[in-house]
Design a protein around this ligand. Structure first.
Ligand code: FAD
Ligand code: NAD
Length: 482
């Protein structure tokens, strides 16, 4: 069991950074009356990332998958302070967070410090670019709502520019070539959503692009990797054959080496093992090659000698305590554990940390009550009546033992699901004891949609998402630019 023997004052300042899956799951379950809770994040809302790939195409409106942090905070037992700011530095030695207000509107103060007794780091990860030249300048990413909006504008701009009077055929072809780099679940889901958009709406309203609009998915490895690497070969083949039916080109064994404003330079490994350089002209490029460590986390790691050998994020123990620290925890994509960086893992870690922090506070309360009873017992020894006190002490000791017995964090995988287009999804569902793929049709439609709906954060989000799906079924997707 975790050692709770330190000073856990009920008024301890609990700082925590981030408003993603990990931090918000912690906030929901934390008994905030035990700590002075301070939340810091540049994003004043929670984002339901599993439906983010549906946003650029307008299948889902972005507000439907956002939950304001203020709603969550106002429902807590006692006041929680929220600062819309970025934690620019965690000063480990001084136990201080440095904050910067990076919003467009600046007050007289836009940088400050917050001291903390305990800290939970849940800042997630940034987009990996592996330093490949041109990616940051020319590619769109898909992590935040603003990314989805940028992709939307870029795709529609490419289409309307391709339709510009006297545009050459070659230029039309380039502009209408949509490339997604990274055959992980983000890339797969977005490519599928984009192709659906084309087939169901764009083609209808802008028939001139019908023979030229084209989606390509580029992956360095020999296969796309839907959902989790341990996904069965059958499901990967099913995804690849569905993409073929949808006319999405999948270019595996193709490593992007450089990006310019109009071309993607790749290195293709041919069947005989030789490598060939290829150039792909493109209009819009969506880069989805996974996670990289955020600068604030890298900086914290550099301050702690025990983190020297960690590469993927903050190394933590089985109670999510950051190695080499006391009273600092990390969860979600910014931590390096044996689990995949997924929403499921982050939210279970958040719930675990809430239990741990609640137990810490309870322990402290029980210990002080026990101390008082023991003092009374000493006095009673002189007067002779100890029986009731003994019983009371035994009861408290038993509760204390129970509270202290918190087992280490264990992840429980509930299955994964990925949308692959044409109303088809793939899933590994543990209660079916293995992987299974769902074909097209009404049943699939109900299955994967109901799973996503049940995962939604609030009833409000659920209703908004369902309404978006119904709207798209009735009216189709909007093809305006913004
Ligand atoms: P995040 O949810 O990324 O939250 C990080 C938070 O920290 C944000 O609020 C951010 O604003 C804040 N922050 C960042 N920097 C700072 C700073 N310097 N100071 C203060 N705050 C900061 N996983 C699944 O299990 N199932 C899915 O279907 C799924 N779909 C996905 C689809 C997409 C498009 C993407 C991008 C990811 C998807 N994931 C999915 C992965 C999942 O979203 C992540 O694993 C999860 O968000 C990690 O949670 P987190 O709390 O660690 O980080
Ligand atoms: P990922 O790390 O899963 O996949 C990135 C892919 O990009 C890899 O297959 C990699 O080989 C490829 N790649 C890297 N560099 C490349 C290059 N230069 N050229 C071509 N290909 C290159 O990333 P992701 O898809 O963003 O997923 C991140 C995390 O979020 C994962 O843990 C994933 O499970 C989770 N996620 C889950 C879901 C879901 O469950 N439906 C959806 C999205 C994301």
């Amino acid at each position: 069991p975790q050692d709770f023997e330190q000073d856990h004052s009920a008024n301890s300042q609990l700082g925590y950074i981030g408003s993603g899956w990990g931090s918000v799951s912690l906030l929901k379950k934390l008994d905030t009356s035990n700590y002075n809770v301070i939340v810091v994040s540049p994003r004043n809302f929670f984002l339901f990332t599993p439906l983010l790939p549906s946003c650029p195409t307008g299948t889902i409106e972005h507000r439907s998958i956002m939950e304001p942090l203020r709603y969550i905070i106002r429902h807590k037992q006692s006041a929680v302070k929220y600062y819309e700011a970025e934690a620019t530095k965690i000063d480990h030695a001084r136990r201080v967070l440095k904050l910067a207000d990076l919003s467009d509107v600046k007050g007289e103060v836009s940088e400050t410090e917050v001291p903390y007794d305990y800290l939970v780091v849940g800042v997630g990860a940034e987009n990996a670019t592996f330093g490949i030249p041109g990616v940051k300048e020319h590619a769109c990413f898909l992590k935040e709502i603003t990314d989805a909006q940028k992709i939307r504008t870029k795709v529609m701009d490419c289409i309307e520019t391709a339709m510009f009077k006297d545009q050459t055929e070659e230029e039309k072809e380039r502009l209408l070539h949509m490339v997604v780099v990274g055959g992980g679940p983000t890339g797969v889901e977005f490519a599928a959503e984009l192709q659906d958009f084309f087939e169901e709406d764009l083609k209808k309203w802008i028939p001139d692009i019908a023979n030229k609009f084209h989606v390509t998915l580029v992956e360095a490895l020999p296969n796309v990797s839907v959902v989790l690497p341990m996904f069965s070969k059958t499901l990967i083949e099913y995804t690849e054959s569905t993409f073929k039916d949808e006319k999405i080109s999948v270019r595996t064994k193709t490593m992007v080496k450089k990006v310019t404003d109009k071309n993607i330079e790749c290195e293709v490994t041919k069947p005989d093992g030789t490598k060939e350089k290829q150039i792909l002209p493109y209009g819009a490029l969506v880069w989805a090659t996974g996670n990289a460590v955020r600068p604030v986390v890298r900086d914290l790691m550099a301050q702690i000698p025990q983190q020297a050998s960690s590469r993927r994020g903050l190394a933590v123990n089985e109670y999510l305590v950051v190695d080499g620290t006391d009273g600092v925890w990390a969860l979600g994509d910014c931590s390096a554990t044996k689990y995949a960086p997924t929403a499921q893992v982050a939210s279970q870690q958040g719930a675990f940390l809430a239990r741990l922090l609640n137990s810490m506070a309870q322990t402290q309360e029980l210990e002080s009550e026990l101390k008082k009873l023991e003092d009374l017992q000493l006095q009673a020894a002189e007067t002779g009546d100890r029986e009731t006190l003994d019983k009371e002490i035994q009861k408290k000791e038993k509760s204390l033992r129970r509270v202290k017995q918190l087992s280490p964090f264990e992840y429980s995988h509930q299955g994964s699901l990925a949308y692959i287009g044409m109303d088809r999804a793939v899933a590994d569902i543990t209660w079916f004891n293995g992987n299974f793929a769902t074909g097209g049709g009404g049943l699939t439609y109900l299955f994967w949609r109901s799973a996503y709906i049940s995962m939604c954060f609030s009833t409000r989000n659920r209703i908004l998402v369902i309404m978006d799906w119904i709207k798209v079924k009735i009216f189709g997707r909007d093809v305006s630019r913004e």
